[in-house]
Design a protein around this ligand. Structure first.
Ligand code: SF4
Length: 337
């Protein structure tokens, strides 16, 4: 039950262990109305529904209400020109944290709330959780003094909940570094189970995804959600002429190409003989059709044939058939991203 004089805290919940621990530590003090806040971004490795289901379950387990927020377009734009650099992959972690904290702060204000909670641990992540980065992030997001990081709070300057006497320093922890033994022990003590692995499942940290991301950014800097989605599945080729080809690796990916990309991309597949579906990011020239068709046929059951028919479907549904010569993988592997 919410008491009118109770202070309100908005706790960032990523779905990972650390944010759950931080939220539960403060919720269990029993003196605050803690509300969970999850920003859902489009670079999650897990499907959106699965990730959101996991965060909802986490909030239920902690016993707090949850606000889910999202803005794919704004988030994608933020990833294109991060002011504060990237990690080993295309991950712009500092800008990402600033982006999410700014939104959380706006929501906190709209709730007449008092402070934010996050699960960051000092020194745990090289890009966003070293002391300089924590300082930079809270300055840029304008959350200095308002953002409480309970897992490392004893090692950080006091924030509003401490200076106002709502929370004592003894109630905060002094976690530091990359070793997560103390987090696992605390999870057991607090009864937190079924949490995902620490990596967090952000595709922008992955090498293969990052290579595709940079290729797209170079070729089409104004790319949007569908182009970004297209990076998540299939074999990817950038042909010399500049056209992009995505070839499904199995039936599930054939379905993804049809469901998500037809209507925007050109779709190619073999006729009469089983073969994969493929997507092209623009209308192919006659010369490109021969190469694209040869690659698609090269992954079909017709790869030993002298020639084979392929069908191309434009985004508005117009179909055209062409005869192509199946290519050997050695002839096109150089175009693979
Ligand atoms: S790993 Fe991805 S989601 Fe996490 S802070 Fe970095 S960019 Fe953001």
């Amino acid at each position: 039950m919410f008491e009118p004089k109770q202070k309100i805290a908005l706790a960032l919940l990523s779905g990972g262990l650390d944010s759950r621990l931080a939220s539960k530590l403060i919720a269990d003090l029993g003196r605050f109305l803690v509300v969970g806040y999850h920003f859902h971004h489009p670079f999650s490795g897990a499907p959106a529904q699965e990730r959101i289901r996991a965060v909802k379950k986490a909030a239920r387990d902690i016993g707090i209400p949850l606000i889910i927020d999202s803005d794919y377009d704004a988030f994608i734009e933020m990833t294109k020109t991060p002011a504060h650099g990237r990690g080993k992959g295309a991950n712009p972690c500092r800008d990402c944290r600033i982006f999410v904290l700014r939104r959380a702060k706006r929501i906190l204000s709209s709730m007449n709330g008092h402070f934010l909670i996050s699960g960051e641990v000092l020194g745990q992540r090289p890009m966003s959780q070293v002391k300089n980065s924590l300082n930079l992030i809270e300055k840029q997001a304008e959350v200095r003094g308002v953002l409480l990081r309970p897992l490392s709070g004893k090692l950080l300057p006091p924030t509003l909940p401490e200076t106002e006497g709502w929370i004592a320093r003894d109630e905060l922890l002094d976690f530091v570094g990359r070793n997560r033994k103390r987090q696992f022990a605390l999870a057991e003590k607090l009864g937190i189970k079924d949490y995902p692995t620490p990596a967090g499942g952000c595709l922008l940290t992955e090498k293969a995804y990052s290579a595709r991301y940079y290729d797209l950014l170079k070729d089409a800097p104004d790319f949007g959600e569908i182009d970004m989605e297209s990076l998540k599945f299939g074999r990817h080729f950038r042909l010399e002429s500049g056209i992009k080809l995505i070839v499904a690796r199995d039936e599930a990916e054939c379905n993804l190409i049809l469901e998500r990309l037809s209507g925007t991309f050109w779709i190619a597949t073999t006729v009469d003989i089983p073969g994969p579906f493929a997507a092209l990011d623009r209308e192919p020239t006659e010369q490109e059709i021969m190469l694209v068709g040869g690659i698609v046929a090269g992954y079909s059951k017709a790869r030993e044939f002298a020639e084979i028919a392929i069908e191309l479907t434009s985004p508005d549904g117009a179909k055209v058939r062409k005869t192509v010569i199946p290519l050997d993988k050695r002839d096109f592997v150089k175009f693979m991203l």
